[in-house]
Design a protein around this ligand. Structure first.
Ligand code: HEC
Ligand SMILES: [Cu+2]
Length: 323
């Protein structure tokens, strides 16, 4: 979990500065109040031969402790409203706009309709959980939710904003330097809430361009007609809910499958079940028969019967593109 007050961009820094100012002022007030209480309690207490003194009002003191806090509250309000204007200024100077959709329990990102993000099937690059942004540039995030209220919380780059079903909200983030910044959903949204993580990778222009080309290429691989059907099955059957494939799905129950074909250990850790087409077919058709007790279930078709060979083969053909 990131330290919540670790600003790495202009918006986060502006919020953190005010936070520290208020925190410092609160500590000073606390010290003065508690100090006065302790001193008064000791010096003016009743003890043998000493009668506790009684005060009935002191205009100077009362003026001080009315006027000073009032001025403090007014200045904090002014500073807060200034920050709010900055927080809400999502559009001016934004280099790009990304859509972030909250869904139990993953954040899905949709990159802008820019030719650089265009895929061979005419859609634009999407990704689950991990968002790449150019360092040093303002990025607008348009938030939405398809189920319950989520909150996009990325303290080091820009703060927090709710994603509310049926309502459009927006925020902006900016990173000073390249790096990886962590955030997460900050509104309890069900049993998978703690897994609803956000990873933002900020990159300098050359790295960003290289990542962009590679990500588009990888996503286009899924659009190859030979694997498109398997990809479609993978995302429409329950697989997507349990497995992460970078650029496609963000499930968390099972292991990540982004590079399953390069995996050295056997499928499910079952001795002899090395990763190859025949074994993937065996595994996907009936995982528990290969590994009793595994959390991966047996799948059935719409009629309730077992998946047919063609369906399983299509899924496996798709898995085979994950190198
Ligand atoms: C309910 C959650 C769930 C669903 C749905 C699910 N899996 Fe799995 N899957 C798992 C778990 C858990 C494992 C780890 C198996 C183990 O070690 O017990 C796994 C393992 C695998 C592996 C082997 C990964 C490795 O690193 O060894 C593959 C391949 C796989 N699943 C493919 C699929 C496909 C394809 C589908 C859809 C047809 C699917 N899974 C649906 C939970 C699921
Ligand atoms: Cu959530």
């Amino acid at each position: 979990m990131p330290w919540p007050v670790d600003p790495q961009g202009p918006l986060a820094r502006s919020i953190a500065d005010l936070y520290w100012l208020m925190f410092g002022a609160a500590v000073i007030v606390l010290a003065i109040v508690v100090g006065a209480l302790v001193v008064a309690g000791i010096r003016f207490r009743e003890r043998p031969g000493h009668q506790a003194r009684q005060y009935h009002g002191n205009n100077v003191l009362e003026l001080i402790w009315t006027v000073v806090p009032t001025l403090m509250v007014i200045s904090f309000s002014v500073l807060s409203f200034q920050r709010l204007a900055l927080v809400n200024d999502v559009d001016s100077g934004a280099a790009m706009t990304v859509q972030a959709e909250g869904k139990q329990w993953v954040w899905n990102f949709q990159y802008p309709s820019d030719p650089k993000f265009k895929l061979s099937d005419g859609t634009y690059l999407k990704a689950a959980e991990e968002l790449h942004i150019p360092a040093g540039q303002k990025v607008k995030i348009e938030l939405s939710s398809v189920d319950v209220i989520h909150a996009f919380y990325l303290p080091s780059l820009g703060g927090q904003k709710d994603a509310v079903p049926g309502r459009a909200t927006a925020m902006w983030i900016q990173a000073d330097r390249p790096g990886t910044y962590n955030g997460q959903c900050a509104e309890f949204c069900g049993t998978g809430h703690a897994d609803m993580l956000i990873t933002v990778v900020a990159q300098n222009p050359a790295d960003y361009a290289a990542w962009q080309a590679a990500a588009v290429k990888q996503a286009n691989l899924f659009n190859d007609p030979a694997v498109a059907q398997g990809k479609q099955l993978f995302t429409s059957l329950a697989c997507a809910g349990c497995h992460t494939v970078q650029g496609l799905t963000g499930g968390k129950v099972g292991p990540e499958l982004t590079h399953i074909m390069s995996q050295k250990t056997p499928i499910g850790g079952v001795a002899g079940l090395d990763v190859n087409e025949a074994n993937l077919i065996k595994w996907v058709s009936n995982a528990p028969s290969n590994k009793p007790g595994t959390l991966m279930p047996v799948f059935s078709n719409k009629a309730g019967g077992p998946l047919d060979d063609a369906t399983i083969l299509a899924i496996v053909k798709f898995l085979e593109t994950l190198k």
